[in-house]
Design a protein around this ligand. Structure first.
Ligand SMILES: Cc1ncc(COP(=O)(O)O)c(C=O)c1O
Length: 443
């Protein structure tokens, strides 16, 4: 490949504006004195309890520092799982048309329904939950799954106990800590008190042993899982639903990567009979349609889900959405609707297939080098084990020797120590170049 082509693909796959140093504890003036004025407001004890920076800005910072040190290196970013490929034009045309209409008297629209545009809610219900008895009024359109995680946390309040997969997407634990549900952080174990960590590793097929899992009010469960790339089977999700039912718990099921499922694993928890009585599902157009920057997601609040006093959870969620959110951008919603048209759906599925092929290339290349490789089949993430090594050491060594950015598995929980996650969200050229460099390093 021509060098110029390669730099172009690397540039495309990796454009991230350098983040300012947001680690304020580091940002003191030259002589170490604090900059600014102290108010009389004390810092929240929950914020004080949070460990380190949020994982992804920390990775951006390391990337930035590396590129400053190595200005001529062609960095390939397979770390933070951001999409890189263009959104199909059938979708962008619908957004452009909607934006254009806003410039006309007839087409102008202001606030929409807080819960989302009815047509889009119906399209999500029909296209993605066809035979699962999910009704359009149970779907709340949002500005993304991450924001919905926090809104759900606010809904359920700070007195709840929480269980999470270990490893898991950091927002589940971090937002629980911010709300004050966690006890102190224990350096020796890498865990917060009062949080039930459900180990997911190759020994248990990345599915927790529910027989030994303590009861929690809320169970965060992500399938396909970020970071392991593992999707729970129908029987495993059924076990999870039964576990929640027998314990009187609520599952918050994150299906943001369901479009990547290639086998018979359920794409939604509502494929399991009875799940509507115990589960809320959050999902997103981010990885499904390249909307990481456009911002669109949804949450399903089934009418059958009740509090211990019989009050429907959906009513409170509606209250939260009306009070704390004013509805998703109408331009983004026009794009979401276009994604669910038959032509739009085909076009976005082609992009998902492209990333799936990338994942296969990474999985097979790393596997052929004798590394212990997991995931990649039902998710755009490959989870690689380096037994006995620290994740950050492996991350740093790969970055120094190949200029490929990955993510240290320990950032997703203590069980992730010794692993790194490699993202398949890149152009094909970048993926091939990254695997070539990794091959040189590991063979
Ligand atoms: C498991 C999981 N949930 C939620 C999100 C956030 O999605 P969104 O872009 O819709 O906020 C991500 C993003 O990477 C994720 O991996």
């Amino acid at each position: 490949m021509l060098y110029s082509q390669l730099s172009l693909c690397i540039f495309r796959a990796s454009v991230v504006s350098p983040q300012p140093n947001t680690n304020w504890s580091r940002s003191k003036s030259n002589n170490g004195r604090r900059v600014g004025h102290c108010t009389k407001v004390s810092r929240s004890v929950n914020m004080e309890n949070l460990q380190s920076e949020y994982l992804f800005p920390e990775i951006f910072m390391r990337e930035y520092e590396h590129s400053q040190k190595n200005p001529h290196a062609n960095l390939i970013r397979l770390g933070v799982g951001d999409t890189t490929q263009p959104i199909p034009d059938i979708v962008t045309k619908a957004m452009a048309q909607h934006a254009q209409n806003l410039s006309t008297v007839e087409g102008y629209k202001g606030y929409g329904a807080e819960q989302g545009n009815t047509e889009l809610r119906m399209a999500i219900a029909e296209t993605l939950y066809g035979n699962m008895d999910v009704k359009s009024h149970e779907i709340f359109v949002s500005d993304g799954a991450q924001c919905d995680i926090s809104r759900l946390q606010m809904l359920l309040g700070s007195n709840m106990t929480v269980a999470v997969q270990d490893p898991s997407f950091p927002a589940f634990i971090d937002s629980s800590v911010i709300l004050g549900r966690a006890g102190k952080f224990h350096e020796e174990t890498g865990k917060y008190g009062n949080i039930v960590y459900m180990n997911c590793n190759p020994e248990n097929d990345f599915f927790p042993d529910l027989q030994t899992t303590s009861r929690a009010d809320i169970i965060f469960f992500c399938s396909p899982n970020n970071p392991t790339g593992y999707a729970a089977s129908w029987h495993q999700v059924k076990q999870l639903v039964e576990f929640a039912k027998s314990n009187g718990s609520i599952i918050i099921y994150d299906s943001s990567y369901s479009a990547y499922i290639s086998d018979y694993s359920p794409r939604s928890i509502y494929e399991i009979p009875g799940a509507k009585e115990v589960a809320i599902e959050i999902s997103s157009f981010s990885k499904f349609a390249g909307f990481t920057g456009v911002r669109l997601g949804w949450t399903v609040l089934p009418e059958e889900l009740l509090y211990s006093n019989g009050f429907p959870v959906i009513k409170d969620y509606n209250r939260i959405v009306c009070t704390c959110f004013n509805g998703a951008s109408n331009i983004a919603q026009a794009g979401g609707l276009a994604c669910l048209s038959s032509q739009g759906y085909q076009a976005i599925t082609n992009v998902v297939d492209y990333y799936k092929e990338n994942a296969k290339i990474i999985y097979e290349t790393l596997g052929s080098l004798g590394l212990k490789v997991y995931g990649g089949k039902n998710a755009p993430y490959i989870w690689v084990h380096f037994p006995g090594r620290s994740s950050w050491d492996v991350f740093n060594e790969i970055l120094e020797r190949t200029h490929v950015v990955t993510i240290p598995g320990s950032g997703f929980g203590p069980v992730g120590e010794g692993y790194i996650r490699v993202s398949a969200f890149g152009s094909r050229e970048c993926i091939l170049e990254a695997t070539r460099r990794l091959k040189t390093m590991f063979s």
